[in-house]
Design a protein around this ligand. Structure first.
Ligand code: F6R
Length: 352
């Protein structure tokens, strides 16, 4: 198929994934505003540690917030993707249980463990068992109003965290960066949209270049978890193998798979995320990665994030990845929304 054939969109994207991706900038704004006025319990302010517990599309917002905190040099945020909680969680920890559906058993287990340890708990969810258990315990719930698959609710899994971090006094006021991030996403939106022809649409053009290959996304610093977001979106939307790597670590191992001697060089396409906010040493590492890929003749593309602030660069790179994963789904003839295997797994796990 060709990505400029609008009939194909209607045939394959029956549940409107494209419209949800298109809505991301507005969603980020709504989530941010809702979180600024959300009645955050006063006692959360004294928390010495912040742990976001969640899985998949409900965890990635925590990763992005953690990267931004690290990049800006503020209090660390850690993300827990598993049952239970790490040993360091105690009464001085704020555990934010993030589950779009409120039914994810790993996240429910983390919330139970947080209550058992006397930690401060906050939930971010549309409802489900998590909301009910919070109600029974008098725990605050930030309500997610978006209708769609959890991974499309990234605005609601990231921007409330940013608002809470500044309201808790562990981050600076990020309102200017939030404004810039949304403005930059809106500026790019038209050119990435299905109505923009492939010749002038970088997301369509990149999806065409990737074709049938597996994608490896490389990021660093504030773009580390953006690389992970690309992997998750390509796996879920495009039903295709994707992997992510982070610099500088990849320069100590994965880079050897990107050289002349790599045995499966034709099967992979490397996306190198680049942001002006990289430190000079990291920018040099990124340039050298591109040089190594070029020398080895491995298919790759540098994707440069837009905007000045780290957050704007993160969100523009996320938006590009979301659209690329969408176009890859269409090129491969799959419905970008349906998750038959994840649904099957959840059903089977619920049985036993
Ligand atoms: C589905 C998706 C998944 C879910 C994950 C956890 O769109 O992105 O990765 O996010 O299975 O489910 P929730 O988010 O409901 O806790």
């Amino acid at each position: 198929m060709t990505l400029d054939d609008t009939q194909a969109y209607r045939r394959l994207d029956r549940e409107g994934m494209g419209a949800l991706i298109e809505g991301l900038p507005a969603q980020c704004r709504a989530a941010w505003e809702q979180a600024l006025t959300f009645p955050l319990p006063h006692e959360y302010r004294g928390a010495r540690r912040i742990v976001v517990a969640g899985m998949g599309g409900s965890a990635i917002g925590g990763d992005l917030a953690a990267d931004l905190q690290a990049f800006d040099g503020y209090a660390p945020v850690s993300v827990h993707r598993d049952y239970g909680l790490p040993p360091l969680v105690d009464q001085d920890t704020l555990v934010i249980a993030s589950s779009y559906s409120g039914h994810t058993e790993e996240t429910l287990s983390s919330a139970e463990e947080a209550w058992a340890r006397g930690a401060r708990v906050l939930a971010m969810t549309t409802g489900g068992k998590l909301a009910r258990r919070c109600q029974d315990r008098g725990t605050a719930v930030f309500p997610v109003p978006l209708k769609g698959p959890p991974r499309t609710a990234l605005g609601y899994s990231l921007f409330p965290l940013l608002a809470f971090l500044q309201r808790l006094g562990v981050a600076r006021d990020r309102a200017p960066d939030v404004g810039e991030a949304i403005a930059e996403m809106e500026r790019l939106a038209g050119g990435l949209h299905p109505s923009a022809a492939t010749a002038g649409n970088p997301a369509k053009a990149l999806a065409e270049r990737i074709g049938e290959r597996a994608v490896v996304t490389l990021g660093a610093q504030h773009l580390t978890s953006v690389a992970r977001r690309w992997k998750c979106q390509i796996a879920e939307n495009s039903k295709a193998w994707a992997f992510w790597e982070a610099l500088p670590e990849a320069h100590h191992n994965a880079i050897e798979a990107m050289g002349e001697q790599s045995v499966n060089r034709d099967g992979f396409f490397v996306v190198l995320l680049r942001g002006d906010a990289y430190s000079p040493r990291m920018a040099r590492r990124s340039d050298l990665t591109a040089e190594a890929l070029e020398r080895a003749g491995i298919p790759h593309q540098v994707v440069s994030a837009a905007g000045e602030s780290a957050l704007a660069q993160m969100m523009t790179a996320v938006l590009m990845g979301d659209w690329v994963s969408y176009y890859l789904a269409l090129l491969r003839g799959v419905d970008p929304t349906a998750l038959p295997i994840i649904d099957w797994l959840k059903e089977r796990m619920a049985e036993g």
